[in-house]
Design a protein around this ligand. Structure first.
Ligand SMILES: Cc1cc2nc3c(=O)[nH]c(=O)nc-3n(C[C@H](O)[C@H](O)[C@H](O)COP(=O)(O)OP(=O)(O)OC[C@H]3O[C@@H](n4cnc5c(N)ncnc54)[C@H](O)[C@@H]3O)c2cc1C
Length: 402
């Protein structure tokens, strides 16, 4: 925190002020400092990188090993813009960056890239040390309240407990995050100060999240907590391979996360599950023909307990109807789980508000980075990659501004 004496005074103008100490803000601060700017970063929480640390709990997936040319389609909208952003800082750059912090990376079986040990804490510690060495000052416990134009740049207001301060900057990077996991600081409460300047935003919605299903009690009794593996799952004309997990409220898992944007667009969201995507209906028929009982067919098809519980919840009569269900089982979804639980959020500042340096067209000298911009991506490292790429472009442009 800033000292009390400093906090009441108007601070010396900074070259670049970064607000938000998540990966996008830290990266913007790093790049701006490397470009020679004097940089100060303000973070509302008592420590920077809280969501980054949470992301490391289940294995920090930094980026993906698929060819960089495939990345733009993962971000769905604005492929040309993403090509440029990834050109500025792509997956190989991200691996090299981690390795320069003496944290090796490796490719997991799914092609995902992880830091050694898969945890975020070691990486974050080394990163913060490097930022300090580059002269970046990190002020924690300061909530950004808004900004106004000044003669020489921007005047930003921050509060901490009862104290309010104003800080001048030539240029500003806002990297305030989305609105999932609000306890990490990403509470999406930064929209009003930008709306006051006419900046247009799409409402936040949960992305990479579970969906609710009204399971019959008989399914829950048998299948709650069971995984469904090696599936092909379809919705809205798209099919993905992956896994699902049956929970008391519905479904979680990579397959439903990836189909989220399509499910949100459907008036009656539903998944079609193929429990045996590698096995044709003819082969299922051939394997079952010597048996008469459904449980013998299931054994012959090597179906999991979860799949069997779902199949038996549907009314079916004969082998042909059962094969149809195995290859095309419909699950009707009601609503996505609350945004507070989601891995990420879609929505935020619309791309149309930004130029190709990620500067707000209405507020020259104010740049944005990370999840606060209206983009979304599946899990697999694409979220952090997006934060690093946008942080790099915004940080460099903020240092060069004016
Ligand atoms: C459980 C979980 C697991 C995840 N795992 C992965 C993974 O393995 N791979 C991957 O790619 N992604 C993962 N993610 C997503 C990834 O963590 C986020 O996409 C990323 O942290 C977003 O970075 P950001 O810098 O844009 O925002 P954030 O990390 O949300 O940081 C924004 C910062 O801004 C601060 N802030 C907000 N408002 C103010 C204000 N008014 N004043 C001052 N400061 C403010 C917040 O306190 C916060 O520190 C995971 C997310 C979760 C929740």
């Amino acid at each position: 925190m800033l000292s009390q004496e400093l906090s009441f005074a108007r601070l010396q103008p900074e070259r670049v002020i970064v607000v938000g100490g998540g990966p996008a803000g830290l990266r913007a601060a790093e790049v701006a400092a490397e470009a020679g700017a004097r940089v100060r970063l303000f973070e509302a929480q008592r420590a920077a990188g809280r969501k980054f640390l949470i992301a490391g709990r289940g294995g920090l997936n930094l980026t993906h090993s698929e060819p960089v040319e495939n990345f733009p389609q993962r971000y769905r909208a604005e492929p040309e813009l993403w090509r440029a952003l990834l050109g500025a800082f792509g997956p190989d750059d991200l691996r090299a960056w981690a390795e320069a912090l003496e944290v090796e990376t490796f490719k997991g079986t799914s092609g995902r890239i992880f830091p050694r040990g898969q945890k975020a804490a070691v990486l974050l510690r080394a990163w913060l040390r490097r930022l300090r060495e580059r002269g970046v000052e990190i002020e924690t416990g300061w909530r950004w309240l808004g900004l106004t134009k000044s003669d020489d740049g921007w005047q930003l207001r921050f509060s901490s407990d009862e104290v309010e301060i104003e800080v001048e900057a030539k240029s500003v990077v806002l990297a305030l995050g989305g609105s999932s996991w609000p306890e990490t600081g990403s509470d999406g409460k930064w929209t009003s100060p930008l709306a006051a300047h006419g900046v247009e935003m799409a409402p936040f919605v949960a992305a990479n999240c579970g969906w609710e299903v009204a399971w019959p009690a008989s399914v829950l009794e048998r299948a709650e907590g069971l995984p469904l593996k090696n599936l092909a799952v379809s919705a809205g004309g798209e099919t993905v391979s992956g896994e699902l997990l049956i929970t008391h409220y519905g479904l979680e898992g990579g397959a439903v996360y990836r189909l989220g944007p399509l499910l949100r667009a459907m008036s009656a969201p539903a998944l079609q599950i193929d429990f045996k995507p590698q096995v044709s209906a003819e082969t299922l028929r051939a394997r079952a023909k010597q048996f008469r009982q459904p449980n013998e067919w299931y054994r012959a098809w090597k179906l999991s307990a979860g799949a069997i519980a779902l199949l038996e919840s549907a009314a079916f009569s004969d082998l042909e109807a059962t094969i149809r269900l195995v290859k095309n089982f419909a699950v009707h979804l009601s609503v996505p789980r609350p945004i507070a639980e989601a891995i990420s959020s879609a929505g935020g500042v619309r791309w149309s508000e930004l130029d190709d340096r990620l500067m707000l067209r209405r507020l020259p000298g104010v740049f944005l980075a990370g999840e606060m911009i209206d983009w979304e991506a599946p899990t697999g490292g694409y979220l952090l990659q997006g934060c690093f790429s946008t942080g790099t472009v915004a940080g460099k442009a903020a240092a060069a501004f004016g």
